[in-house]
Design a protein around this ligand. Structure first.
Ligand code: CMC
Length: 429
């Protein structure tokens, strides 16, 4: 192996520095020794959207954006989607290995038996307006859980920490479903411990007067696979928020609320909702070329397309496209599917998208499936949040136990005024 260092010559001073290269990176702090003059603060790197900055070392999720590869703890997403289930994947993400049979049974039991929420949570959910967005309700109710479990602050007590992880994963579908029931004015449905994680979520969403809700197995499995596909995605915006907020050491409910807020935006987990609005706006296949023209003119973006890391087809989108066909066979085709397929076909042949390597991402087809299942668009990001909770918590735990952990506190390049004296109001021109 050649010498794993980088030699930097500072042309301002003519001095040369040798900086170690580890895992294909240099430490930004090693740049600090490079000073333009005596008393200079030292060199920093400038990376406003952290496009080329590794903010942590992680053993959880691996992505090869050029090849379209996604691995959770080394296991390909395609195998997990085919053979595993969401709770097993959540265990894998959190504990690093697939569970043994007894570990799996205990884990599923523990998650299933913590799904009920405190009755007082229902009371303050009642206070939201009838048309409140479910994500807003989820952010605040998840944050509020910290007031119900004040011991959650003891994040370095592993036993207490594990209980909160368990509570968050088990209660997230309950809070999500309750926020939906609130917006449609339906009574809240309590969890059913006989059902699977996905089946119980559907129960809490859709149960009406029947004594026992029986989820459609195709829809139940499709939801479970969608949860697997959304479970983690290394250092995306919401996970970075989880780690960043978590680095000041609050309880995990507060950090998770911050992560959901980061997910909400249309450039991240809010994109699936936007895709549906876009497909409706396009309305018919013949309007696609005109729509693409506007995208290319920079009027707006093609939602559900492009990714910071994937510069080839998002492997999750491939799996979702496949599930969409299976779901539509059972519940009938979503009329917007034909527009989506045609939009994808045209975009993938268009030089603008080819040159920029813009492909469908996870959000392009997921909304179509959710809509066909009877889920309102406002719930799409909520579903993403349920699934991503296991990823956020795995990354949060990894961050807490990292021996290099410190509060996240970036630097800035200050371009404002030099020091100046205060001018009294009457003297200002
Ligand atoms: N439609 C049209 N042009 C696009 C798109 C798009 N969806 N995405 C990127 N571009 C263009 C962009 O205008 C730029 O062109 P130019 O070089 O001429 O200025 C080039 O491609 C590079 O874009 P960028 O903004 O530098 O890329 P980024 O890595 O900062 O952004 C992204 C990634 C996902 C925010 C962006 O692709 C986007 O806005 N996509 C639409 C929203 C979306 O689908 N988000 C879901 C992401 S996947 C799931 C998740 O993370 O939640």
């Amino acid at each position: 192996m050649a010498n794993e260092t980088l030699t930097i010559t500072d042309n301002r001073t003519g001095k040369t520095y040798e900086i170690p290269v580890t895992h294909g990176t240099i430490r930004a702090m090693d740049l600090r020794q490079i000073k333009g003059s005596e008393g200079d603060f030292g060199l920093m790197s400038y990376d406003p959207a952290l496009e080329n900055t590794a903010s942590c070392k992680s053993k959880i999720t691996y992505i090869d954006g050029d090849k379209g590869i996604l691995l959770y703890r080394g296991y390909p997403i395609e195998q997990l989607a085919e053979k595993s289930d969401y709770l097993e994947v959540a265990y894998l993400l959190l504990y690093g290995e697939l569970p043994t049979e007894s570990q799996y049974k205990k884990w599923v039991h523990d998650i299933t038996y913590h799904t009920i929420i405190h009755e007082k949570v229902k009371k303050f959910m009642d206070g939201y307006r009838h048309d409140a967005h479910p994500v807003g309700m989820l952010i605040s109710t998840v944050g509020a859980l910290s007031t119900f479990y004040p011991e959650a602050k003891e994040i370095f007590n592993s036993e207490i920490r594990e209980i909160q992880i368990n509570r968050l994963i088990s209660k997230m579908p309950t809070l999500a479903a309750f926020s939906y029931r609130h917006t449609v004015g339906l009574p809240y449905v309590y969890p059913d411990n006989d059902l699977s994680y996905a089946g119980n979520f559907l129960n809490m969403m859709f149960k009406m007067t029947e004594l026992k809700y029986k989820p459609n197995p195709v829809i139940e499995r499709a939801i479970d696979i969608l949860f697997i596909l959304h479970a983690d995605h290394e250092q995306n915006c919401s996970t970075s928020a989880m780690r960043s907020v978590g680095s000041s050491l609050p309880d995990p409910y507060s950090a998770t609320a911050a992560a959901i807020a980061a997910l909400y935006g249309p450039l991240h987990g809010g994109a699936n909702e936007e895709v549906l609005h876009m497909l409706k706006e396009i309305g018919s296949k013949d309007k696609i070329p005109e729509y693409i023209k506007k995208v290319k003119a920079g009027e707006f973006r093609l939602m559900g397309f492009g990714h910071r890391v994937y510069k080839s087809y998002d492997p999750r989108a491939k799996i979702i496209k496949q599930i969409a066909h299976e779901v539509f066979e059972v519940i009938g085709k979503n009329p917007l599917l034909d527009i989506a397929l045609e939009l994808e076909r045209i975009a993938l042949e268009d030089e603008y998208f080819v040159k920029r390597r813009l492909y469908p991402n996870v959000d392009f087809y997921s909304g179509l499936i959710y809509q066909s299942m009877g889920l309102p668009t406002s719930m799409f990001t909520v579903l993403f949040a349920i699934a991503r909770t296991s990823g956020w918590l795995s990354q949060w735990k990894e961050m807490l136990l990292d021996e290099e952990r410190k509060i996240v506190r970036p630097r800035q390049v200050y371009l404002g005024s030099d020091r100046r004296d205060y001018v009294p109001l009457e003297e200002r021109g």
